[in-house]
Design a protein around this ligand. Structure first.
Ligand code: FAD
Ligand code: NAD
Length: 474
């Protein structure tokens, strides 16, 4: 029987990063992964690389280029008559990016001497795992032992009874990444991150997109000022966002889907060519044998862990989407690094208060720390600095004048408590705020830091100056 210092279950951004870091630290490490791609071939990378972060961003980039050329290029004096879209080529490009990156992880495993145990892992005890190889010509199941186990089995889409996914007309996020043409009418259930990102992709390519959101409020977790601005802009872009819409049923006739829902006006009906169900994700412990070995699971199906991601079983840890906290790739990866370091006897570090979020619409929405409504709710005294991109020279030069940077700092200490951006490249700009908050910076620290001119980052500088009511360009 093979034995390892560490066996990681799952090779998504939590598991594969944990495995590489364990191996870098000299621990003998294996990673069990069962993913089979659309060709039935084993693949590493989990949800993020195969059907999540990366393929969605590839399509967001392609569709952004298309939309930009169609609607904006003319203002630069660039005329592109008769612009068309080849959806199959766009999907092929996305598939190649996924293939390159997932194969890259296999290369990183080889380089770092992480052994990939291809197959499905089932816990037999707190230090034994059965691996059942999957896919074509798979071998017999076998058992390995581990001094430490890291569970990183991720999450899967939530299904709702009124809209069962059939992978043809009604799809989940994975299905929405491989349409072979642009649906004329596209319905989306859920105006969350996936609904907005994938809704934007197909809307930019020409679909009429209707998004049904159960809640009355748009993007509840986002700072209200930013969410309200974003809602206006997205509606103007053509997304038909219907709030307070409770889906009651769907029916399909192999050509189109009829969706019934209720809102304040009563019973409503919608007919679309495709329907994406994007109502959240749930932890994945399917076939893991978690309860058989006595792992503590909460009522929503998450594996219970302490602050150090230790489960109730000795030397069994869990990280990423399968445990509490935001379901984000970088959160999973950082937990993976932290636990690898702790297993190796080092002080692994994870700051849950400073995790950035990004919604990759255009303009993008990015934030870190507290929203203004959070600060009001816990009666924190705060001060605010807002700077619009319309007043930024670089944003003007780029033709990207929508949105703003908003900074919130403690009224007594000036420590930065939250930064919220709606604007171009917000996903990149937010990192400055993340670093500032990681080092407990004040708004004045950012205001005293020299920012290159002309750059979008000057909007961050000006928002910091605005906290002290001394912005220079508004
Ligand atoms: P996963 O990536 O889900 O990986 C878990 C792996 O474990 C899978 O490969 C699975 O096959 C394997 N596994 C499960 N059970 C077993 C078992 N018993 N034996 C062997 N293997 C097993 N996050 C971001 O931060 N940024 C984004 O831009 C972003 N975009 C997204 C877009 C979409 C469309 C979706 C769906 C998600 C997106 N996410 C994004 C979320 C991100 O994908 C997840 O937070 C991240 O993948 C979680 O990583 P993980 O390692 O915990 O789990
Ligand atoms: P989400 O939680 O972001 O949004 C789901 C939305 O669906 C919510 O607004 C919710 O109110 C709504 N909803 C729930 N049930 C509904 C119903 N029956 N009818 C209508 N609306 C309903 O979830 P998601 O968009 O599915 O994404 C799942 C997770 O994946 C995200 O929370 C995030 O953690 C991760 N993700 C991250 C990124 C990113 O970082 N850019 C991108 C995609 C996904």
């Amino acid at each position: 029987m093979k034995s390892f210092d560490v066996v990681v279950i799952g090779a998504g951004p939590g598991g594969y990063i944990a495995a590489i870091r364990c191996a870098q630290l000299g621990l003998s490490t294996a990673c069990v992964e069962s993913w089979l791609n659309d060709e039935g071939k084993p693949a590493l990378g989990g949800t993020c690389l195969n059907v999540g972060c990366i393929p969605s961003k590839a399509l967001l980039d392609s569709s952004h280029h298309f939309s930009h050329i169609k609607h904006e290029a003319g203002s630069h004096g660039i005329n592109v008559p008769g612009i068309t879209i080849d959806v199959n080529k766009m999907i092929e490009r996305k598939n190649k990016i996924v293939q390159t990156l997932t194969q890259g992880i296999a290369g990183l495993f080889r380089k770092n001497k992480v052994e990939w145990l291809q197959g499905h892992a089932k816990l037999i005890s707190g230090d034994q795992i059965e691996v059942a190889p999957v896919g074509e010509g798979s071998a017999e199941p076998y058992v390995v032992t581990a001094k430490n186990i890291i569970i990183a089995t991720g999450s899967v889409p939530v299904n709702i009874p009124p809209a069962p996914v059939d992978d043809e007309l009604i799809v989940d996020s994975a299905g929405a990444l491989k349409f072979n043409d642009v649906p004329r009418r596209l319905g989306v259930i859920g105006a969350g991150v996936i609904g907005l990102e994938l809704g934007s992709v197909w809307s930019r390519l020409g679909s009429q997109v209707i998004i049904l959101e159960a809640l009355d409020v748009f993007l509840g977790p986002v700072d209200r000022q930013i969410a309200n601005e974003a809602e206006k802009v997205f509606r103007k872009q053509g997304l038909d966002i219907r709030l307070g819409a409770k889906v009651t049923g769907t029916g399909s006739n192999n050509r189109e889907v009829t969706v019934t829902y209720e809102d304040t006006k009563g019973k409503q009906q919608l007919i679309v060519d495709k329907l994406i169900v994007a109502v959240g994700r749930k932890p994945n412990i399917e076939g893991l044998g978690a309860t058989d070995v006595g792992l503590n699971i909460d009522e929503q199906g998450f594996i219970n862990v302490d602050n150090n991601t230790l489960t109730n079983l000795a030397n069994v840890y869990a990280i990423g989407d399968v445990v509490r906290g935001p379901m984000l790739a970088h959160k999973a990866s950082e937990e993976g690094i932290a636990i690898a370091e702790r297993i190796a006897g080092k002080p692994g570090h994870m700051n849950y208060d400073v995790i950035p979020w990004v919604v990759y619409t255009w303009p993008e929405i990015a934030w870190v720390g507290k929203t203004e409504q959070d600060l009001k709710a816990d009666s924190t005294e705060y001060q605010t600095g807002v700077f619009p991109f319309a007043a930024s020279g670089r944003a003007r030069a780029m033709g990207e004048t929508t949105g703003m940077v908003k900074m919130l700092s403690d009224a007594n200490t000036d420590r930065v408590l939250g930064v919220h951006i709606f604007g171009p490249s917000a996903s990149e700009l937010i990192t400055e705020a993340v670093i500032a908050m990681e080092f407990d910076a004040s708004a004045e620290d950012i205001a005293r830091t020299i920012h290159a001119h002309p750059s979008l980052s000057e909007a961050m500088h000006e928002a910091a100056l605005a906290v002290d009511k001394r912005a220079l360009h508004i």
